[in-house]
Design a protein around this ligand. Sequence first.
Ligand code: BG6
Length: 512
Amino acid sequence: MLAGDPASLSGAPQAPPTTLVIFGAGGDLTKRLLMPALYNLSAAKLLDDRFRVIGVDRLDGNDETFRQKQSDTITGFLADRSDRSAALDETAWTWLRGRLAYIQGDLQDPRTYQAIAWRLNESAQDQGQANCVFYLAVADRFFGPIIDHLAAENLLREGEAAFRRVVIEKPFGHDLASARALNQRILKVLDEKQIFRIDHFLGKETVQNIMALRFSNGLFEPLWQRDHIDHVQITALETVGVESRARFYENTGALRDMVPNHIFQLLAMTAMEPPTSFSADAVRTEKAKVIDALHPLDPAQAVERVVRGQYAAGTLRGQQLRGYREEPGVAPDSHTETYVALKLFIDNWRWAGVPFYLRTGKRTHTRKTEIAITFKQAPYALFRDTPVERLTPNILTLHIQPREGASLQFSAKIPGPVVHLGGVRMDFSYADYFGSSNNTGYETLLYDVFTGDNTLFQRADNIEAGWSAVQPVLDAWAADRGELYPYSAGTAGPIQADRLLMRDGRQWMKLT
Ligand code: BG6
């Protein structure tokens, strides 16, 4: 794993020579994340001289037009950055630009794969290296077919000194059955260690920091269990709406898009037992165990403990926002949820009885991803004869984005002759200590693929455990059980989500 700040990025050893074949090279992911991340890796001198990229897409183009398009994009990417001081590192970009090539082809056509094989052969002869990573930055319906075509062309066979790896974007399946079927299909032609199922949340520094915080400090871990923790809240809310992704989102919705993957990764990092090492299998085994231990929701709980919402028209910072059903490409009677809140329990010795409240949604008034761990109240007896009416709970909040850091809330005496308590906060901000990073989060993930480190990628059982936990909810909704509640764009979500916690005498963390 690479550390994300630029200084430590450049301290890592160079990745082995690799040809990166990107399927979907004309798409948004390549433009917004992969190319900027490769550029950052190039600037940090982490790519071998024999590194190559072959973009594959059905759009017309050739090596030169592809290079030009990527040049325009990278300039735009730098111009958009809040840190305007960083100009294009011409040397790093020229180095990478000269290594880009393009193949125009249909993903269902065997000739596309023959063209890839030919190019790979050519570079194997010219440069004496045959390592290859196939990156599937395409719609999920292509995952199985692409891998079958690669196998048919014999492109997945690893040689003695050559690796072949496949990176698969999310969504990995649409439910438990389809995820299982896809795993079975690809595991016929690939070994598990060749597969890198990506979850970009794991590229975020603050997500990786959860393990560091828990396991490298003596302070937290002894308290990290049901005797001391009252409940845990995981929030991933966004101000953006569906944007131009209606085609994808209409069939996906907030639950599938965020919960079995991103949110469960946060939950697993927070709740798993300490792994015996940082090795990929040790970490992934602990994660799978804790997701497996999620209490299976019965049909009644799949309705009572879950709230689904859809944004209606509203305003955000004075701007009128349309409702989800008015968004381009969305059905006027769409039942797709843009918000979901869940209450789950983990059936193990560490967590039994501690509720985990999860919420994720689009078009809320604030963008925030965080994990808040609320500790049990101190006994009140001592304060009975004072004006203190109740004690403030201790809350440890891990801020994932946009403000990266951690804070601890506790009580302090307000100065004065009478005992009054005030809730105060100790704050740690990444930027204050380590400076701000220009990374996209994909640098570390790509570097890990090139170096063969699967730790931050999902194993087949991690994926299936996640789908298995949400399957009762998908079943309930498919049977038309469970209301879909509207909420105004620019609010915190449906009021019913507040009630989910109020029933338990709790409330969501404030969003500001
Ligand atoms: C993606 C989802 O995986 O994650 C999007 O498909 C969501 O709907 C995005 O907006 C959130 O990621 P981030 O890094 O912007 O929080």
